[in-house]
Design a protein around this ligand. Structure first.
Ligand code: ADP
Length: 626
């Protein structure tokens, strides 16, 4: 069985064939989707991920976290880092404010002071279970000793709170996007802190968006813009100018913001500058994400697959079925809507749908199939061109044949007419029946000759062989001639021809052709009008034109045919069913001849209410080949 081409014209094919074409297109789209899925688009995806985070409007926090910074001003005031004694004093005050937890996230062992002061501070820390010392280290199982500081801080067990960055995986741009929840079963500090408010996070299974990675459990951070967490400078705590009650029931994280060590800072989805966010603000973001349990949730692979495949199918469908401009508008519209939905889902529910692959698929599939479309279209227009060429050759042959035949018919008809004239002349005596028969022969041969003349004129037009023989003449003279010639025909149907001819200046025209135009209009008016009606023929000058009108009280022309009656061989459906004879060439020739004179011909008519044909000829016919 021959499979249909996916580019086949769907509209003209049968239903099963259409379904087969759609199915093949879908399979092609799936193959493209599978290929695109192989491309590593992490960099693009990370950029789109960051953009989603950055554009989040609602930036609410749990309000449970306070930051305290040791800044360069602190160093100035304390003439160095605050020493152990200063730290003890502040810790006393802080503890008195009853916070839920206090976290030191800097190397406390580097603080200066006497051994006594250091011991006292260490004692104060280790005797309070809600005071934590953070370390960036995550020792292996069995190496937990490294969590203990040297004497005199050896009673303190530090808690791991490392910073993660995408160095090897995902974007490889050193930006922090994820956090460690546990390593080899050991819980990380943000989890412990968050559990003080939200105990369910103690079990990593309850943490939204958690995933396992080697020996770790991780989740993405629901970042807040830098500066989202309230902060104080250590100096203000030291000089007592701070309202201690603000720390009640809060997690207070103390750290450094000295611009001296890269380890104090992280790169964030908001910014890649080295001091984009302090380390303790990162701890705040991690802890706050867990308190709210709002880690972004990466959608399962199958969802991303469905999106990728749907967009590929749509793109292939667009490129092979729609006009290029419309197709591009719909494609861009779809990709835009897809992006808008992805952003909205991220902002509202923290759902992270992979965007890079579907967006790329939309454009790649579209542009990949455009050449195929062009080939098909070229082939089609070549076929049309060939068919057209053949048709015009056939048309030419037909016209030539008709003209030749008509020409050859003219001589025998002229002979018939001559003979009937002889018979009808007075020398021959005929019985009434014979005279009637000969009259009919004469009438029929007249009709035949008229018909042949029209065909010959038509042939001339087709071969562009009509020549104008221009003369200066009063069109009224021609009109009167035409009316006189048709009077007999009108009288038979008791039709009255009324003429209202204004005196006119003579104009340049080919009298024979104009006679044919006007004869045709008057003859049609008589032919198509019922007995006992009137025909009005008028002529007048209007601005730079001569206007001739022939109005009748005949059947009129249906509105849907008004545009067609000047087409060759057209006959109204009203007259086709009657006995009235005609070739459908008269008005075609009239229009052609009028336009040769740079004139216009048109009709106004209401079905059943008569017709008015108007011919307008310019007084000055510049450009006519006289
Ligand atoms: P035909 O030889 O059929 O008269 P024409 O080209 O002169 O051919 O006219 C085309 C068609 O226009 C006619 O067949 C007829 O249907 C319609 N038509 C032309 N003149 C009139 C008229 N005065 N009243 C009604 N219909 C007309």
């Amino acid at each position: 069985m021959k499979l249909p081409s996916p580019f086949e014209e769907i509209a003209n094919s049968s239903k099963p064939a259409q379904y087969r074409v759609y199915a093949i297109r879908a399979v092609l789209a799936m193959i493209m989707a599978a290929l695109i899925a192989q491309i590593n688009l992490d960099y693009l995806e990370s950029w789109l991920y960051d953009f989603r985070i950055r554009s989040e409007v609602l930036q609410r926090t749990s309000g449970k976290i306070e930051l305290v910074y040791i800044k360069p001003s602190t160093i100035q005031i304390f003439k160095g880092q605050p020493n152990a004694k200063d730290q003890s004093a502040i810790l006393h005050n802080l503890l008195a404010a009853e916070p839920r937890a206090i976290v030191y996230d800097f190397p406390i062992e580097q603080a200066q002071g006497s051994e006594e002061d250091k011991s006292e501070w260490a004692q104060l820390i280790s005797s309070h279970s809600n005071v934590f010392v953070a370390t960036p280290d995550t020792p292996l199982k069995g190496e937990e000793r490294s969590l203990y500081l040297p004497i005199p801080y050896d009673s303190i067990r530090m808690v791991s709170a490392p910073k993660t960055s995408d160095t090897i995986n995902f974007a490889k741009d050193r930006v922090t996007r994820r956090m460690l929840l546990s390593y080899q079963g050991a819980t990380m500090l943000p989890v412990t802190l968050a559990a003080l408010y939200n105990p369910e996070v103690q079990n990593p299974e309850n943490i939204r968006g958690h995933f396992d990675f080697y020996d770790t459990t991780q989740s993405f951070i629901d970042f807040r813009r830098p500066g989202s967490f309230p902060s104080e400078v250590f100096d203000d705590l030291a000089n007592g100018s701070v309202d201690w009650s603000r720390y009640k029931d809060k997690i207070v994280i103390i750290g450094t913001d000295l611009n001296t060590s890269e380890a104090d800072y992280i790169l964030t989805p908001y910014s890649r500058i080295p001091s984009a966010m302090t380390r303790i603000e990162m701890q705040a973001n991690m802890t706050d994400t867990l308190i709210r349990n709002s880690s972004p949730l990466r959608m399962p692979h199958y969802v991303n697959w469905i999106m990728l495949t749907l967009i590929s199918i749509l793109a292939i469908q667009i490129v092979l079925s729609m006009s290029p401009a419309m197709g591009l508008v719909i494609l861009v519209g779809t990709l835009f809507s897809f992006s808008a939905i992805s952003f909205a889902l991220f902002w509202l529910f923290g759902w992270w749908i992979t965007m890079a692959a579907p967006l790329l698929a939309g454009f790649l599939v579209y542009y990949f199939f455009i050449p195929y479309r062009l080939i098909i279209e070229n082939r089609r227009s070549w076929e049309y061109y060939q068919k057209n060429k053949l048709l015009s050759q056939v048309e030419e042959l037909k016209t030539n044949f008709i003209s030749m035949m008509s020409h050859d018919l003219k001589t025998p008809i002229a002979r018939i007419q001559g003979m009937t004239d002889v018979i009808l002349s007075d020398q021959v005596t005929l019985s009434p029946q014979q005279r009637e028969a000969v009259d009919t022969i004469k009438q029929s041969s007249d009709d035949l000759l008229k018909f042949i003349s029209s065909i010959l004129n038509y042939g001339k037009i087709q071969s562009e062989g009509v020549e104008l023989h221009m003369q200066t003449k009063d069109i009224n003279t021609i009109l009167q001639e035409v009316i006189r010639k048709h009077e007999f025909l009108a009288k038979v149907k008791r039709i009255q021809i009324v003429s209202e001819l204004e005196p006119l200046f003579p104009i340049r025209m080919d009298p024979d052709l104009m006679r044919q135009v006007l004869s045709n209009l008057v003859e049609n008016a008589i032919k198509y009008s019922p007995d006992d009606t009137k025909i009005l023929v008028t002529s007048e000058e209007k601005a730079d034109r001569v206007v001739i009108q022939v109005s009748d009280q005949g059947p009129g022309i249906p509105e849907d045919e008004l545009n067609n009656i000047f087409m060759k061989f057209f006959r109204s459906k009203n007259v086709k069913s009657t006995q009235i004879k005609g070739s459908g060439l008269g008005l075609y020739l009239a229009k052609y001849f009028t336009e040769l004179h740079k004139g216009k011909i048109f009709v106004e008519s209401k079905d059943g209410k008569g017709s008015t044909f108007t011919v307008e000829l310019p007084m000055e016919q510049g450009g006519v080949n006289a």
